[in-house]
Design a protein around this ligand. Structure first.
Ligand code: FES
Length: 131
């Protein structure tokens, strides 16, 4: 089963569906993984009802961070901003479907941290967002 998830991760890394940048966008945030300097930027469009209608990510980094970003964007399109605010570390781990050590966990959660800082309208991301 883990092999299937590994394949999904590699596929999202090599063929991301949501790589890019929305201009204009309603929500924009970017940040680095302090451990490696890898970077994720997320842009979202939100309609008048507070629902995410489109999203993109950009940046550079390892397969885990980039595929996590692609899966995360896919999962939030169609959700309300309130639902996006409730996303947890476990939701990302469920999307990825594999066990991760502490360093890889930082990679996997960088997109969630960026996404949540964006939807909360923060000026700086912090680790409380991915608890
Ligand atoms: Fe940098 Fe994974 S090694 S985000």
């Amino acid at each position: 089963m883990e092999d299937l998830y590994r394949e999904i991760i590699i596929d999202h890394y090599k063929n991301p569906q949501y790589r890019g940048h929305l201009d204009p966008s309603d929500i924009h945030f970017e940040d680095d993984n302090p451990l490696c300097g890898d970077h994720i930027e997320i842009t979202l469009r939100v309609d008048g009802d507070g629902k995410v209608t489109d999203g993109r990510f950009d940046g550079n980094g390892c397969a885990i961070s980039q595929s996590s970003a692609d899966l995360l964007i896919e999962s939030v399109i169609g959700k309300s901003i309130e639902a996006v605010k409730q996303l947890t570390k476990q939701d990302v781990l469920d999307l990825l479907g594999i066990e991760l050590g502490p360093v890889r966990l930082k990679c996997a959660l960088l997109p969630l941290k960026v996404l949540k800082a964006g939807v909360y309208g923060l000026s700086e991301a912090n680790d409380d967002l991915i608890a």
